[in-house]
Write a protein of this length. Structure first.
Length: 222
């Protein structure tokens, strides 16, 4: 038997030993990496299958379409991350002693969180903008929705119903501002002398000043 035939036989045996659950996990991991690198449009099911050491036909036995695989690999993972982030943020709010310090820590953590998942977020944004079927009409980003809901509720409690700007809108605009600065960090960098820490502080100060529009005078001031 030739070495090529031996390799193919070994690969078939390896595939056959995998359970359906193991195969699905491997495909999701491979898809996540491909979507990170190439986005929704650039990633192909053939490449994902090769990376998972299986066939494209086998991939479609687990996922009916690339859109379904995208939802599972990217959309659902981000949902889980945002749900965990929101739960941790809500817990922190209960024990915070100083609102401004709390706000700074939260915004800095949000930047770290978005940087960590920036490639998946870019894939998600691109899919929503250029591939309308990627998420499906029934799909909802529950993790992010919960994040917005929690932030708006906290703001309403703080201002006691005296908000100048709708808290639901302000929370979304603040998030979009941080996300934009994180995703396009090199664009907002004014020069080579600006460090990542300086940029992070500038984003934090900008968002806090924006949030301050709905606060009692001096509430978020030093």
């Amino acid at each position: 038997m030739s070495s090529g035939m031996k390799r193919n036989t070994t690969r078939v045996r390896t595939r056959s030993r995998r359970s359906a659950a193991e195969s699905r996990v491997k495909l999701i991991q491979s898809a996540r990496e491909e979507f990170r690198r190439f986005g929704f449009s650039g990633a192909t099911t053939a490449a994902i299958a090769r990376k998972a050491d299986t066939s494209e036909a086998h991939l479609f036995r687990h996922f009916s379409s690339k859109s379904e695989l995208f939802r599972e690999a990217v959309f659902e993972q981000l949902n889980e991350h945002f749900a965990a982030f929101t739960a941790r943020y809500a817990a922190d709010l209960q024990s915070a002693q100083h609102i401004r310090r709390q706000a700074r820590l939260y915004i800095q953590e949000l930047q770290d969180f978005l940087r960590e998942h920036s490639s998946l977020l870019l894939s998600l944004v691109a899919a929503q903008a250029f591939a309308a079927d990627a998420l499906g009409g029934e799909a909802r980003f529950e993790g992010l929705r919960a994040y917005f809901k929690s932030g708006a509720a906290q703001m309403r409690r703080r201002v006691r119903g005296k908000a100048r700007v709708d808290p639901d809108l302000l929370v979304r605009v603040s998030f979009a501002a941080v996300l934009g600065c994180v995703l396009f960090r090199d664009l907002v960098r004014p020069g080579t002398t600006s460090s990542d820490a300086q940029i992070s502080d500038a984003i934090t100060d900008f968002v806090i000043e924006g949030i301050n529009v709905n606060s009692d005078p001096g509430l978020l001031s030093d």
